[in-house]
Design a protein. Sequence first.
Length: 172
Amino acid sequence: MSTILSLAPQNVWKHFYSLTQIPRPSGHMEKITAFLLGFGKELGLESFVDEAGNVIIRKPATPGMENRKGVILQAHMDMVPQKNNDTVHDFEKDPIETYIDGDRVKAKGTTLGADNGLGCSCYYGRVGSKRPETRSFGSSYHERRRNRHVRCIRLEAGYTERRDSFESGLGR
């Protein structure tokens, strides 16, 4: 049986696998927050938690491109902790067990956490890449709120305007 680590693009699935190993149910963000901060700092990037609880990782633009507007990539870092009635799983302690079923990635007896876990994986794959950037990138990871993504609402000067996935139609 192949694992998600064998899927392409490998950089995305490698990061998603890392997320599945970190318990991150809504309301318990300590472990995933520490993981994302460590990831950014290990790369030598400015990484911090703002007053709203968002994890911010900043990647500077390539020299000569510093005056271009930056881009913020945003995703929620928590997951909905749901399991089958016959499954024993502690979402505050246990990793998610993934497997491949045909052309689908699934979790054994629990939710997969891919609703925005893949978004996080793509974003931190981007800020972690060695490719030159034509503009600065800010990567924001926040805890999802039940009604809308309301926690990540402050953007700093020099970044493009915020577009919520619901406002842009991307979340439908």
